[in-house]
Design a binder for this molecule. Structure first.
Ligand SMILES: Nc1nc2c(c(=O)[nH]1)N[C@H]1C(S)=C(S)[C@@H](COP(=O)(O)OP(=O)(O)OC[C@H]3O[C@@H](n4cnc5c(=O)[nH]c(N)nc54)[C@H](O)[C@@H]3O)O[C@H]1N2
Ligand SMILES: Nc1nc2c(c(=O)[nH]1)N[C@H]1C(S)=C(S)[C@@H](COP(=O)(O)OP(=O)(O)OC[C@H]3O[C@@H](n4cnc5c(=O)[nH]c(N)nc54)[C@H](O)[C@@H]3O)O[C@H]1N2
Ligand code: SF4
Ligand SMILES: [Mo]
Length: 727
């Protein structure tokens, strides 16, 4: 319960759902309104850190454009509807489609906010099972799928991803990440800035590999500018050097690795001297970096989205952890370590040390034949699956907390495809660039009306912890929570009709998945996500209960990361797989790429502290200030191209064209330009009054939806050649 600090002012603890840092916030309210939001000083994990996005939860809660009622499109216009009417409309439109065209005619698309919503995460599988469709898509193939794949192949589970143990690290090599702005990704590390500063004050060193001298690079000891898409060459050069110069030290892991000799011979061709042209980093610099890593007492290599959203994203993700293993820094204090989450972590369940491992390609997408990875097809295959007639054609889309029209390469193609559907349902909180195409929109709640427990991010945290926050405000009585909406949809698809008892459905499902749990225990644990959290905590490695976590103000600290190999491994061999065949087979393509360098001005993305992908530009506290959707250009390139600061540039690629305001910046190396993603809020039919005042342009309109990492299905978002001219 909220603590009473005066007659009127109440203080509430709320974990922020807006990025992976998962900060604990203190939300102060008076008479049902938010009066302030700050970092919660008593949070055992984030210790009072907050960024401007955390503050924006007030604006999000109060945003007049945020949907509070379901919408049904009638004669091309959205009209408000009751929940019963909206579900009835879904039933009326969707069931005949499934009956006529089969289960695969429905595709689902899940977006980023779902990763922060225990209700969506834990109840989506229920809907997916009811739908029984093979056409599952998500933002994961715009983001981290390569890392999940490499972790799965090496360690046996998709989410067994090591993170830097920054509080004890001496040398951190970071590629394609800008945690000073993004606040960390696949590495839950609130206040990266403070931790990096502390590391350097201890004498530690941070090296950043990035085409741009980012905020993170500027604060580091060294910035190594790399050619976009060039990481695979650099990483191969580094691994080659370790073998070539006899620097491999497996230490404690020696008895837990498989494939060392295969790896050694596979690396023979990739001498730094040959790789330098591909990455733009000289051979001596590569060799020195490899020696530094090998010599460091405690070091970690960490790569993030810049290394994933490339043609060789999977190879990059693999080679990063290969470097950690070969230098003896994986699973060692101060190195790259595996968190042990209190709940929901697959790598804490089952027989320790051995498992089934992972596989891909159990199915292929109908049109491109892309392999299924982690149960999904690449999101860049969505449009073609809708457009292409024939058996299995997608006729309906259920879009859950996703905005693919802005977030996916060639989003304009997706927009056109969505218009060709027979039915579209969005679970969203706005009428935006994607949900405007829907026939029915079922809104989620304000984050301040929801309880919160992170399912995924404690599996990626710099320190182990368990935290929970309750709702700040009671939700409107008739507004279902999103897990209830998902259960109702699942029941509807299963033909159970509209008048279902959601609690009974939930009880039956929990009974089914937990099997052995006595009915009395299940009854005492309530319902919905909280019951699932409680069960997961109880069966988790610390044997906690939800009541214990709730009772601990600011959460429970579960200590610094501890070595977990071999216990964590779930590979069939019970070893770390250093040389998975799927990855080795892709090396021939690296050779080809080396012979065919991409020419021209290369476009990369960037993130901004006051922006969150595509959907936070309608919040006043974030929207204020300078224009953020600008094209960064090196002044020398600008002169050559006739561009000037504040002037407009015309960008062309793949038949698409857009105009963007130029901002001169020496952060960028010659030949590279940068534009942020998630903009372009000028599409007709969206209802984002503030965002449309300064819409920005959609950089994804320039990207090619056929460019993917074929192993993981991840889209290529970086290093695309574009034509640039003054407009
Ligand atoms: N060029 C380029 N493109 C990129 C990236 C890049 O770096 N460069 N980054 C990629 C990455 S990493 C990601 S994760 C993707 C994100 O891609 P998406 O997930 O498709 O996009 P978001 O902008 O996060 O949109 C989230 C949607 O969820 C809605 N929403 C917000 N909160 C809730 C809620 O509580 N419930 C429901 N039901 N809906 C909610 C929002 O209104 C919005 O429509 O973008 C990718 N696109
Ligand atoms: N403020 C803010 N925070 C966010 C988000 C946001 O939109 N805004 N989005 C959230 C999401 S969904 C995610 S996934 C995370 C992502 O978190 P990060 O991975 O830290 O994201 P970015 O800031 O995009 O950093 C990627 C870096 O890769 C660089 N890069 C581009 N191409 C290459 C390349 O070829 N090689 C190398 N080595 N580097 C390259 C870019 O210049 C950029 O600095 O951020 C999350 N946090
Ligand atoms: S860093 Fe992320 S989690 Fe923390 S306040 Fe900002 S948006 Fe929220
Ligand atoms: Mo992301």
């Amino acid at each position: 319960m909220p603590s009473q600090t005066s007659i009127e002012t109440q203080s509430h603890y709320r974990i922020c759902p807006l990025c992976e840092a998962c900060c604990g916030l203190e939300v102060r309210t008076e008479a049902g309104r938010v009066i302030s939001i700050r970092g919660a000083g008593n949070d055992v994990f984030s210790h009072g850190f907050i960024c401007p996005k955390g503050v924006s939860l007030k604006d999000l809660h109060e945003d007049p454009d945020r949907l509070r009622k379901p919408l049904i499109k009638r004669n091309g216009e959205f009209v408000e509807a009751s929940w019963d009417e909206a579900f009835a409309e879904v039933e009326r439109r969707l069931l005949p489609l499934i009956a006529e065209h089969g289960n695969d005619a429905v595709a689902t698309v899940i977006g980023n906010p779902a990763a922060h919503k225990v209700g969506l995460l834990s109840y989506f599988p229920r809907l997916a099972k009811a739908l029984g469709t093979r056409n599952l898509f998500s933002a994961s193939t715009l983001d981290q799928m390569p890392k999940q794949l490499s972790a799965g192949l090496m360690f046996g589970h998709w989410l067994s991803i090591p993170v830097p143990d920054i509080e004890r690290c001496d040398l951190l090599l970071m590629l394609g990440a800008n945690p000073l702005v993004s606040n960390g990704s696949l590495w839950t590390v609130p206040d990266y800035r403070g931790k990096a500063r502390a590391m350097r004050e201890r004498g530690g060193r941070i090296i950043v590999v990035d085409p741009r001298r980012t905020e993170t690079a500027a604060q580091a000891d060294q910035h190594l500018p790399i050619k976009p898409g060039g990481d695979v060459f650099l990483l191969l050069g580094l691994v080659h050097t370790l073998f070539d110069e006899g620097l491999v030290r497996l230490g404690r892991l020696a008895e837990h690795v498989n494939g060392l000799e295969e790896l050694r011979s596979a690396m023979l061709p990739f001498a730094p001297e040959r790789m330098a042209a591909g990455c733009g980093i000289s051979a001596p610099a590569q060799r020195q970096l490899a020696r530094d890593l090998a010599a460091a007492g405690r070091a970690a290599v960490y790569g993030r989205i810049g290394t994933c959203t490339q043609r060789f994203g999977s190879l990059n993700s693999w080679l990063i952890d290969v470097l950690n293993v070969l230098t003896g820094h994986l699973d060692a204090e101060g190195g790259a370590m595996f968190p042990k989450a209190a709940a929901f972590a697959a790598n804490t369940h089952g027989k320790p040390g051995r498992g089934r491992g992972i596989s891909t390609g159990r199915r292929r997408s109908r049109v491109s034949g892309a392999p299924e990875v982690f149960g999904e097809f690449p999101i860049t295959c969505l449009a073609e699956e809708i457009e292409t007639p024939g058996a299995g054609q997608v006729k309906a889309v259920i879009c859950i907390a996703a905005n693919p029209v802005l977030s996916t390469p060639n989003g304009q193609r997706i927009a056109a495809a969505l218009d060709g559907l027979s039915f579209m349902l969005s679970l969203d909180i706005y009428v935006n660039e994607t949900s405007r195409h829907a026939d029915v929109i079922l809104p989620g709640l304000s984050p301040l009306e929801e309880a919160h427990f992170d399912v995924a991010f404690p599996q990626l945290s710099y320190r182990n912890h368990a935290r929970f926050s309750g709702p700040v405000f009671a939700k409107p009585a008739d507004h279902p929570e999103e897990w209830q909406t998902l259960l109702r949809l699942a029941a509807l698809v299963e033909g159970k009709g509209l008048n279902v008892d959601v609690k009974a459905l939930d009880d039956a499902e929990v009974q089914r998945i937990t099997g052995a749990q006595p009915a009395e225990l299940l009854a005492t644990l309530g319902s919905g996500p909280e019951r699932l959290i409680d069960l997961a905590l109880r069966s988790g490695p610390y044997g906690l209960t939800l009541a214990e976590v709730k009772a601990a103000a600011g959460g429970i600290d579960l200590g610094a990361l501890q070595p977990r190999i071999p216990e964590l491994l779930r590979t069939p061999s019970a070893c770390i797989e250093l040389a998975p065949a799927l990855l080795l087979a892709d090396l021939v393509h690296v050779e080809q790429a080396l012979q065919q360098p991409v020419e021209g001005m290369l476009l990369i993305g960037r993130r901004d502290m006051r922006s969150g992908n595509s959907w936070m530009h309608n919040l006043p506290v974030l929207a204020k200030g300078p224009q953020r959707c600008t094209l960064l250009v090196n002044p020398l390139d600008a002169t050559r191209l006739g561009l000037s600061d504040g002037g407009m540039a015309r960008l062309r690629a793949g038949g698409a064209e857009l105009l963007a305001p130029v901002q001169l910046s020496d952060e960028l190396m010659l030949g590279f330009i940068s534009l942020p993603h998630g903009w372009g809020h000028d599409l007709p039919g969206a209802r984002l009054k503030l965002a449309e005042q300064r819409p920005g342009v959609n950089m994804n309109a320039l990207l090619n939806d056929q460019m993917r990492d074929p192993l993981s299905g991840n889209a290529v978002l970086s290093g695309i050649a574009v034509e640039v001219a003054a407009a």
